[in-house]
Design a protein around this ligand. Structure first.
Ligand code: ATP
Ligand code: MG
Length: 358
């Protein structure tokens, strides 16, 4: 028997709908395993409501409560009444940085039954995984503001890259590319215009590539990359990019695969010193909150990544098969996919498939 302790942090908005749905799926999986797989859950009510009550998004000792967990399933942090930089830095980034989850892994492919916008592209042409540097770069938090409110006011956000930080994410990306059938990596850069950190990024890519002679790789400027994703999707497989670049590219990737509501992500500590955190890439989406419209597929796919990270490949395959079974049926599409199904109907269908199919 394998037993895992999982932290759930629904956060804000539709996070409070999709995370309980994700937990239901994991419970259905445990049930279907006949005792081979067990999860114990602890739920943390951090986020906007916690901020209103306590003046912070999570308690100061919050990381200690998470430290012993095997993994974290996270919903979303964002609240229309609280500035975005507070909700983001006060919860999600605090966990990512506190647990040094330096590789943010974002798989994208067109699931069965999904009407994706690229009409010239076959579903099998778009099967990518984006690795986002998740600990420094443009979101290092380095910078400041001076002379606020005066005509000479100035502000900076410094993109800080360290050799150690770039090397480790580059090594992770080459390793991930090696583990996939095509063994193909594209390193996204902007070293034509950003002539310090991005030049070092390129140099480190070349250096690390020597450790992976079996991986074919190329370099692409981030602006050209957006066009390539649309025009030549089949030339891409594994992609590595900086914190900001990959943030933007992965939203494009999610849209090209059909909906923001489907896409998953894992914030990974590859060294496994701390728990890794899995979450749908969508935000809190207050516009659809409380209406049963939230697509839970991004969360279910995140559960698949969580299971893979725990080494439960068979369980992961079982959940993914249930997800693909459900996306293949237009009657089980939520509104973002052009259907009428509710969060609950999709969740029930996924759980039923897990129970019925070994
Ligand atoms: P945040 O400020 O937390 O990023 P947001 O309001 O910007 O949240 P996003 O989640 O980024 O919302 O998504 C943008 C829009 O896409 C939402 O307003 C919503 O209509 C739609 N959307 C996002 N996720 C889902 C989902 N899981 N199911 C259905 N629609 C979704
Ligand atoms: Mg948003």
């Amino acid at each position: 028997m394998s037993s895992y302790s999982i932290a759930t942090i629904p956060g804000d908005g539709i996070g409070k709908e999709v995370i309980p749905a994700g937990r239901q799926v994991m419970e259905a999986l445990a049930e279907a395993s006949g005792g081979a797989l067990k999860f114990s859950f602890e739920d943390f009510g951090w986020g906007g409501d916690w901020y209103r009550a306590h003046g912070e998004m999570m308690p100061a000792d919050g990381l200690d409560a998470l430290r012993g967990k095997d993994a974290i399933l996270f919903g979303s942090a964002g609240d229309p009444h609280i500035p975005d930089h507070i909700t983001l830095w006060g919860l999600r980034l605090k966990i990512c940085q506190g647990f040094d989850q330096y590789a943010n892994v974002r798989p994208t492919r067109i699931l069965p039954g999904i009407d994706a916008p690229l009409k010239r592209c076959k579903a099998e042409d778009l099967n990518w995984v984006i690795v986002r540097e998740n600990s420094e770069g443009e979101y290092a938090g380095v910078g400041g503001r001076v002379h606020q409110g005066h005509p000479i006011e100035a502000a900076t956000d410094v993109s800080m890259m360290t050799r150690a930080g770039v090397e480790r994410v580059m090594r992770f990306a080459f390793g991930l590319a090696r583990s996939r059938p095509r063994k193909l990596l594209t390193v996204v850069t902007k070293s034509n215009a950003q002539r310090h950190a991005m030049v070092m990024w390129d140099e480190i890519a070349l250096q690390v590539s020597k450790e992976f002679p079996d991986v074919s790789w190329d370099k692409e400027l981030v602006d050209a990359m957006t066009a390539r994703m649309v025009n030549r999707p089949a030339t891409l497989d594994t992609i590595v990019a900086t914190n900001l670049h990959a943030d933007i590219l992965s939203d494009l990737a999610a849209a090209l695969a059909g909906s923001l509501g489907i896409a998953p992500t894992g914030n990974i500590d590859p060294q496994r010193r701390y728990p890794s955190m899995f979450e749908p890439i969508h935000g809190s989406a207050f516009d659809i909150m409380g209406k049963g419209l939230a697509n839970p597929v991004g969360t279910f796919w995140s559960v698949v990544m969580l299971l893979e990270h725990l080494g439960e490949a068979e369980a992961a395959r079982r959940v993914m098969a249930a997800v693909e079974h459900v996306t293949a049926n237009p009657a089980l599409h939520t509104r973002d996919l052009g259907g009428n199904a509710t969060t609950e109907q999709v969740t029930r269908a996924v759980c039923a498939h897990i129970a019925a199919e070994p």
